[in-house]
Structure formats: C-alpha cells, structure tokens
Design a binder for this molecule. Sequence first.
Ligand code: UFG
Length: 340
Amino acid sequence: MKKILVTGGLGFIGSHTVVELQNEGFEVVIIDDLSNSSKTVLDGIFDITNKQPIFEKLDLKEKSSVEKFFKKHNSISGVIHFAASKAVGESVENPLLYYENNLNTLIYMLKGVLGLQESNFIFSSSCTVYGQADVMPITENAPVKPAESPYGNTKQIGEEIIADTCKVNQNLNAIALRYFNPIGAHPSGKIGELPIGIPRNLVPYITQTGVGLRDCLSVFGNDYPTPDGTCIRDYIHVVDLAKAHVIALQRLLDDKNDSNFETFNIGTGVGSSVIEVINAFENVSNQSLNYRFAPRREGDIISAYANITKANKILGWKAKSSLDDAIRSAWKWEQKIRNL
Ligand code: UFG
C-alpha cells in the first residue's frame, strides 16, 4: 500500500482528498497545524472511510520539524501539498505572513520530497494566476497575469519555484492543479467547509444566510458586462476536485507524465453568475434567499471559467456534479453543523 502525505489534510479540500485517497486504497499521513481546521475532521474522515489516517500536528514553517518528519516517514511515495493561507484580503494587509506561510513552507516541502525514493508532488494552485483572462474559457496556455494580491502571487511564485526545481531535478515529478471555485461538501454530510468568522466566499455566505446566521447576502456588483450584470465563476464540487488530485497523483506514480512539471485547470467548464448561484440555492433549499445588490468588491474579476480539455484528455478526469448537486451538499452540511 503506497503511503501518501497530505499537508493541510484537515482543511476543506485536503479532508475531501484524504477520503478519496483512502477510498482508493492509499495509506494517508496528514500534516496539519490546526490553524484553520479542527481535529474533529478526523472523526468525519473515519466515519466515511472506516480508516484512520496517521495525523501529525506540525507547523511547516519550522524547517527542522519538516526535516525530522521526512526522516521518520522516508517511505512516502507522493505528497499532496494543500497547507497554505488563502484569504486574499488578509494577504494584502499582511504580505510577509503570506510569503512566509505559503513559500517558505513550499521550499521545505520540496527539499523533503527530493530526499525521498519517489519524488512525486502535487501543488494546490489557483485560477487566480490568470487574473482577468482575455479569452474564455481559459486554457492552461493563457498568460499568467501580474497577481492582484500577495496570495495570488504566492501561487504564481510557487509554480515558478516548482518549475525551476523540476528543471534541475529530473527525478522530481510535479503537477500543479489550478482550481477554479471549489464549493460544496461531502454528500455524507460528515465533512465540509468550516469558515471561521464572516465568510468571504459566496457559497458559505449564502448557506449561512439561509440558516439565519447572516441577515442578507450582498451581491457585489450588478453592472458587470455579463448577461445578468453579476460576475461569472466556475464553481466545482469539492469531491470532483478531490478526485482530480488522486488521478493526478496516480499519473505520477505510474510514470505516465509527459514532462516532469505539468499544470492542469480543474473546473467544470461551466460559468455561473452570482444570480445563477442564488437561484440554484433557492431551488435546492426550497426557500428564498434574502439578498441585495451592493457596490462592486475591489479586486473582483468579471469572469473566469475553465477550458478543461487538457485535464479531460490527459488525466481522463471530468467534473461529474452539477451546480445544484454542489449547492445541495453545501446546504446539507450547513444545516448539519448548525444542528438543524
Ligand atoms: N460574492 C458576492 N457576495 C459575497 C461573496 C462573494 O457577491 O458575499 C461574489 C464575488 O463578488 C464574486 C463571486 O461571488 O463575483 C465569487 O466570489 P468568491 O469570494 O466566492 O470567490 P472568488 O472568485 O473571489 O475567489 C476565488 C477563491 C480565492 C482565489 C480567487 C482568485 O476563493 O481563493 O478565486 O480570483 F484567490
């Protein structure tokens, strides 16, 4: 049984990926510093898979702890690296925190991976690297635009660090997955997103408004050049996204990759406006949502949705869930954590 390290494995995307890895028969070791997650997620993972992953609470910024970890776990065959800070606004206020949290840790991880027998590495990247792309849907060949935030910059620089390292280490095999907008929760209702404080992202804000935790959703801007005036994004079910990681990892384990650093867009290929997401929520929850139009949010791009041909052709992966499926699972999760 191959042993896979998942950093940030108790976070939103990490925990769903751990479930998919265990379902595929991998042995999983999780590193998480619990800064934006909870140990109770381990119970949810166990409830779904009936398997307990190995868990180590570890701060990846501590270089010596990372070195010790890799000495202890030298039989790891692949690493999926989620652990990172992800709040765009916070990154603008505290750039050094973001460069330290997202880049120092990446460097220590890569050093660790290079010392393993099998150096396979999957990196959490983001469609944010494209900024406002000129052509929709966005292919992997679209130019990487100057980052809008230190957070976005850490994803761009992260990809460059990996590309440069791969160039001089042919035994290192890496894939960067550029996620569009992950939403939803496990259909079992056992794991999901746990945003701390007031959510910044659309879907948790909608579901929290739905349960009465927030009064009203502000729709940021209704005068964009889109059919209904609201921004368009590509919302992907977190379970589809998790599965993409397992498939990408398998490609590296099977030595099937064409070059030792590849990038893939991971989205559904379908763009949905904020109003369409609200309609989907109203449809699956059978209740109307209290919302109002508000001024545009600074830094928002008009539209971003993926061309997923590359992931489909090369990885044989395609998102299976619809927007309604994803919203339904998010709604089920929200009701569960509020004990409704
Ligand atoms: N929105 C609202 N009201 C809200 C929250 C969001 O109208 O209360 C709108 C936004 O203006 C945007 C859409 O909903 O049009 C989606 O917003 P999210 O915050 O959910 O997602 P973003 O596309 O802004 O952010 C995502 C990822 C980030 C990443 C960013 C890059 O969540 O991690 O894409 O563009 F950095």
